[in-house]
Design a protein around this ligand. Structure first.
Ligand code: CP
Length: 303
């Protein structure tokens, strides 16, 4: 059966523990490049820094040759080629794995089924970002026992594929997830309890995951500047994690952000640099987690 990671639905705790255990081993010492002579196609139809480069790094460490496609200038999309055709053509080159980022219109599930090549969702519109959720839990495990943690997401929940993937994973750890953000940026029907202000959220949470406001995804019909200005004022007053919060934040509270960070909007630079912030640890763990995923997937070990 073709191994793929399109979402975290149905993944078992045993598989997660195997994945995390291999990632931790890779962190301690590099292992031999197992897949020399094979390629991995990194197909990015939306911008990326962390995910693309960490997958690329993971490929080199595992011995896979990365074929990196970033949509835009210099590709045949400039001549009108669609993402679906682009993917079909690269799939025809028979890479060992397709690692794909795209917007909500990309029919990722159908494409993964059609190509019969291992397929990894590297961020799909607002729907899911499974490797980000996995690396977040791996990062937290380095600091705390993760079972039963209380995790609050603060910011733009409506557009957060990271939060969507976390909702799929925390039940396996008996963790509780809650949301906190402007009413206009909560999901229409939130699956979890929501806080009205970050101050309430911080009193409850063991882990605070701050999120960027994804202005690029907002309705194109809205009068942008006025809407954005009002929203930014509300964000700073009620939902930003500021340096003023740091003094009253418990020592054990951990701060995450999937990146990219907009300093002075969803969080302050002092928070980014605080000892409780794991933001750059997340990035480091992204390489080991993704390398472990590639190694297990290509050996058919992802159950
Ligand atoms: N966290 C994350 O997906 O970052 P990039 O968009 O830079 O890949």
């Amino acid at each position: 059966m073709t191994q793929s990671l399109l979402s975290l639905n149905g993944i078992s705790r045993t598989t997660l523990e195997s994945l995390f255990s291999l990632a931790r081993a890779l962190k301690k010492s590099p292992q031999k490049p197992e897949f020399l002579g094979q390629t991995a196609a990194l197909m990015f139809f939306e911008p990326s820094t962390r995910t693309r480069l960490s997958f690329e790094s993971a490929c080199y460490r595992a011995g896979l040759g990365p074929l990196v496609f970033q949509a835009g200038a210099g590709t045949s999309m400039e001549k009108g080629e669609t993402p679906e055709d682009t993917l079909a053509n690269v799939a025809a080159m028979r890479p060992s794995v397709l690692i794909v980022r795209g917007d909500d219109d990309l029919p990722m599930l159908q494409l993964a089924q059609d190509f019969k090549i291992p397929f990894i969702n590297a961020g799909w519109g607002c729907q899911g970002h499974p490797t980000q959720a996995l690396l977040d839990v791996l990062t937290l495990q380095e600091r705390r026992k993760v079972d039963g943690l209380k995790v609050v997401f603060v910011g733009d929940l409506r557009h957060s594929r990271v939060a969507a993937s976390h909702l799929q994973i925390w039940p396996l750890f008996r963790g509780e997830v809650r949301f906190c953000g402007p009413a206009s940026l909560l999901p229409e029907k939130p699956e979890v309890a929501c806080f009205d202000t970050i101050d309430e959220a911080l009193k409850w949470a063991d882990v605070v995951i701050t999120l960027r406001y994804q202005f690029e995804r907002y309705d194109a019909d809205e009068p942008r500047s006025a809407a954005d200005h009002a929203l930014q004022t509300e964000v700073r007053a009620k939902f930003a994690l500021t340096r003023a919060h740091l003094a009253r934040l418990p020592e054990t509270t951990l701060i995450l952000h999937p990146g990219p960070v907009n300093h002075g909007v969803e969080l302050d630079t002092e928070v980014y640099r605080d000892r409780r912030s794991l933001i750059l640890d997340q990035v480091s763990h992204g390489v080991w987690l993704r390398e472990a995923l590639l190694r297990m997937m290509l050996k058919g070990e992802l159950k």
